[in-house]
Design a protein around this ligand. Sequence first.
Ligand code: C2O
Ligand code: CU
Length: 420
Amino acid sequence: MTFALAGTRLSAAPSELVLAPQEIKARFRGQDVSMLGFNGGLPGPEIRVRQGQNVQIILENRLDEGALVHWHGLRVPNRMDGVNVLTQDVVIPGDSYRYQFGVPDAGTFWYHSHYLSYEQVGRGLFGAFIVEEKNVPAVDHDIVVQFFDVLLDEAGQYEDEFNAAHFSTEGRIGNLVMADVSNGTGQIVKRGDRLRLRLINPSIDRVYRVSLDGLEGKIVALDGMPLAHPRALEPILLAPGQRCDVIGDATGPIRFDDSFGERTLSLGVITVSGSRDPAKTPITALPANRMPAPKDPGQTAELVLQGGAGSASHSGTATWALNDVSGLPRTPFLSVAQGTTARISIRNETEFPHVMHLHGHHFWELDAAGEAGPYRDSIYLDIGETQDILVVLDNPGSWMLHCHMLSHQADGMATWIKVG
Ligand code: C2O
Ligand code: CU
């Protein structure tokens, strides 16, 4: 377990931000390890802007391979989405690319490489992208926590062997797990302080079930979108790509434990020092983002997740497939007019969990009765599970829909939707 209380913030200034992916040395288990980072850091700098702002970010590729950045969960114009083939060309070494977009939604988002992402994200090309509400809810600390794992070899270096078994099972699970904690105020947390925790899972394949000790509060947002009714603070399932916002009052050191695997794993702790009387003001819902209203579904579709070790054969050519197709097909899984409401039934026929991520939109998770649950941009599907989603496809362009377990994406579990 590593614990870092650090972080650079690139903030709201209207000036241009630069993101430069490059090779870096990270310090793991007392050793320098060759990794990748944006602007020299792993995670990359925290980008923090205000809702409604226009953002300009220059990607300066200092790698010796291609680069692209995707703004995960942000509803950006398609040209800005950072996806090879579908939305732009790969930025070659030494070249740069200007991303320019507005940020309609306040919440916790993140950015990451979308080129060879299994490899590049796994080596460290990711960071938090925070969009602050116009009226920021009053808290004493606004803390970003990113859970990340890395697979190190016997010498303690990044394992760069390709292991076929990783791709056909639960993915590549690291043997070093860390919680990177970034507290913008730089202030020590006191007992009784009110905190907003923004949990992000940028790990390529690892799922966490995070329990929080030492905090009394509520879950207020999932995948960046406020919950209409904040939920009790129960252990939080955080699959790759997913986020969760919690607001609560510190009752002691705040410990993050993961109980997804067989053994409980300590992920990290935020220490406290001193105390004060807690605010006692109730924790209420965050202001809703302006989302398109659904109509009767003009389109229904089924997406079947297939492949991997131990499952029936499929006709896709790679390990994993969606509806019998592996990898991005020439024609989209779905092609609809702009503004169409679609209901998609996603069925996991494999022997492993997955997390399906749709670009450029948020969707509702539907319960068994068809009632709309929370908005998500990445939805977890357990083994054998079927989950229906409802989405207003109002953002024109070609949008990727893929498993955010990046080993699965790399080995076939990806398709796309065409809007307009
Ligand atoms: Cu967070 Cu297609 O990715
Ligand atoms: Cu998957």
